[in-house]
Design a protein. Structure first.
Length: 362
């Protein structure tokens, strides 16, 4: 369960303190970590100690100690020396490694619980029973954030995110795939969506993720019960997808800000095609020339204000009116009328959604 590197770092730290050489061996006699420059031990000596009832033993100038997890033998710790001081240091080192096993076991138990909670794999009764055993509060405010990386997740990215939350034992950092990092954040009473926006931006800044890397971070709604964490996770997932379709320029995407985009995202493709055919006939917004598309975008951007739109496009007001009239003749929709403008805007979003879904099919 514990990585060999962690064991090695632990032994080196113990050697620095005690000036004693250590080695950790598994029950098959394989050396996992050692501070010895040259270390040879007879396999039969290890086997004899494993099979014995003794918790510790002195063999040929080496002190042997058993390190167990719930009475199951995990490691053999070997300390070099025959005197009483070496025995005491060895006992302390064995206790330290035993504590590491317990800590890592609890950590991975919590990680497994959080993953299953996010993926909605737990019954309601199991959620509260396991949370109680793992000392996880059930009735506190939480939100789920997902950091999605363009490339497969690197170990350094995960560690960098964890370092941001170091000392905050009530927050959980985990992952369920190779391209995202999931943060289950516990909130204070005074923290809301504004603080989540700032935190998301801090995470991106800390990791040094530039916009050209197409990295996004999304978060769901704030929930007040543990059983609702999976909902916040699903919302964050949807926010990532909807954000890519309708707001690709945004780095931070909140589920609460998706607006009509999240409704369109849940429409079946056949219904979308039927809607577009009814609005544009045999045409598609893709058939419009670049000038018309720029005009439409700028007109919507300026809340259907003809004067402001013509000023920003550096064209005469009458030129803009001519373009809008031309568009009305080809589509039957007058963008100066609010109802027609809404219909046209939704149609453009539906087309963008269909094009995105087509890219996923290939």
């Amino acid at each position: 369960m514990i990585s060999n590197q962690v064991l090695q770092n632990t032994l080196e730290g113990l050697r620095e303190i005690s000036r004693t050489e250590f080695c950790i061996i598994d029950t098959d006699g394989k050396t996992l970590a050692s501070t010895y420059s040259e270390f040879e031990i007879q396999p039969q000596d290890i086997q004899a100690f494993v099979e014995s009832q003794a918790a510790s033993q002195l063999v040929k100038g080496y002190q042997y100690f058993k390190v167990c997890d719930d009475y199951q033998l995990e490691y053999i710790l070997v300390a070099h020396g025959e005197d009483e001081d070496t025995y005491m240091v060895g006992k302390l080192a064995a206790f330290q490694i035993q504590s590491l096993i317990v800590a890592y076991k609890e950590r991975f138990d919590k990680d497994s619980f959080i993953k299953n909670l996010l993926l909605d794999n737990l019954l309601l009764v199991d959620i509260y029973n396991r949370a109680k055993k793992l000392h996880i509060d059930a009735d506190v405010r939480r939100v789920v954030m997902i950091l999605e990386l363009e490339q497969e997740r690197e170990h350094s990215s995960m560690e960098s995110v964890k370092s941001l939350f170091s000392g905050k034992s009530k927050d959980f950092i985990t992952a369920v795939d190779e391209k995202s990092i999931i943060i289950v954040k516990e909130l204070e009473e005074n923290e809301g969506y504004e603080e989540m926006d700032k935190l998301a931006q801090t995470i991106l800044d800390t990791l040094g993720l530039e916009k050209e890397n197409h990295t996004h971070i999304a978060y769901g709604t704030i929930v007040s019960e543990l059983k609702e964490v999976s909902r916040s996770y699903k919302e964050a997932r949807m926010a990532l997808d909807v954000g890519k379709i309708f707001s690709p320029e945004k780095d931070v995407i909140a589920y609460s800000s998706l607006g009509i985009g999240r409704l369109i995202y849940q429409l079946p493709i056949p219904l979308c095609k039927m809607f577009i055919k009814e609005i544009f006939g045999g045409k598609s917004p893709d058939d419009f020339d670049e000038e018309t598309l720029v005009t439409i975008d700028k007109f919507f951007e300026n809340s259907l204000n003809v004067s402001e739109t013509s000023r920003q496009l550096y064209i005469h007001r009458n030129t803009l009116v001519y373009r809008l009239d031309k568009l009305q003749k080809s589509t039957g929709l007058d963008l100066r009328v609010f109802e027609d403008a809404i219909t046209f805007k939704i149609a453009l979003m539906v087309v963008r959604y269909m094009k995105y879904m087509e890219t996923l099919e290939y």
